[in-house]
Ligand binder design. Structure first.
Ligand SMILES: Nc1ncnc2c1ncn2[C@@H]1O[C@H](COP(=O)(O)OP(=O)(O)OP(=O)(O)O)[C@@H](O)[C@H]1O
Ligand SMILES: [Mg+2]
Length: 226
């Protein structure tokens, strides 16, 4: 793998992420980390499967024109993947930045909602829509970290995607009141602009309204059952 590392961006439980270059281009290397509590063989199999799945889904989304990083190299045995280095600041940092303004944040959250709807229209759920997994570059929103993403046609997981973001915005960023409402507006606006989602090979993707109704149901469920 011809990745030249420069700086560690992130050391998480699952991945060690470095920025650097790949054939002279700004790149990111995501290296799966062994989980010591699992049997090494099982660990290797799970890690490899996750990474292959992440790469496969990213390639598919890129081909459809979604704002996700290009996959430049994949070393399954070594558990490494080289991605295009995307510009931008993680949404979590934008929301925690005391110099961010309400109108700018509103616009960003609207774009976040629209971008999530674009993803959902591809019959794909993200699985971990946290404010760490979105990069904000001016008006552009990039989605990253597809290790838990999946193709799906049942409304439930689409609703959960929005609910995860709802919970994080409420718990970690309460200073931006009504943040999820902006996201929901963007989610709905994207559908209005693009029209009914065409039926795909695997079936019919739930509409924006169906997903938003499910989000309401999930909220009620959580409120009553914890
Ligand atoms: N293509 C990219 N361009 C720019 N920055 C990136 C890119 N991919 C990842 N990063 C940065 O590295 C961080 C971690 O990457 P990622 O979210 O993919 O790992 P992770 O699966 O969450 O790791 P863990 O689960 O171990 O925490 C991101 O939050 C982001 O700041
Ligand atoms: Mg992440």
């Amino acid at each position: 793998m011809v990745f030249i590392e420069q700086q560690r961006l992130h050391l998480g439980a699952e991945a060690d992420v470095w920025s650097g270059t790949w054939f002279g281009r700004p790149a990111v290397r995501k290296q799966r980390r062994p989980r010591s509590w699992r049997h090494p063989d099982l660990d290797h199999r799970l890690g490899t499967r996750r990474m292959t799945s992440e790469a496969r889904l990213l390639i598919r989304l890129r081909r459809s024109g979604l704002p996700v990083p290009a996959v430049w190299d994949l070393d399954m045995e070594g558990g490494q993947m080289v991605l295009e280095h995307l510009p931008g600041t993680p949404l979590i940092d934008v929301l925690n930045d005391s110099s961010s303004t309400q109108s700018n944040v509103n616009q960003i959250l609207h774009s976040v909602g629209a971008t999530v709807r674009l993803l959902h229209r591809e019959a794909m759920t993200h699985g971990d829509l946290s404010t760490n997994n979105m990069l904000i570059d001016g008006p552009k929103v990039y989605l990253i970290d597809f290790g838990l993403a999946a193709i799906d046609y049942e409304v439930e997981r689409f609703g959960i995607d929005l609910h995860v973001l709802d919970e994080i915005l409420g718990a970690s960023h309460p200073q931006w009141e009504g943040a999820i409402d902006r996201v929901v507006q963007g989610y709905r606006a994207a559908e209005e602009q693009l029209g009914t989602t065409p039926t795909l090979r695997g079936g019919r993707v739930p509409s924006a309204e169906e997903v938003l109704r499910r989000l309401e149901e999930i909220r009620t469920r959580v409120r009553y059952h914890g």
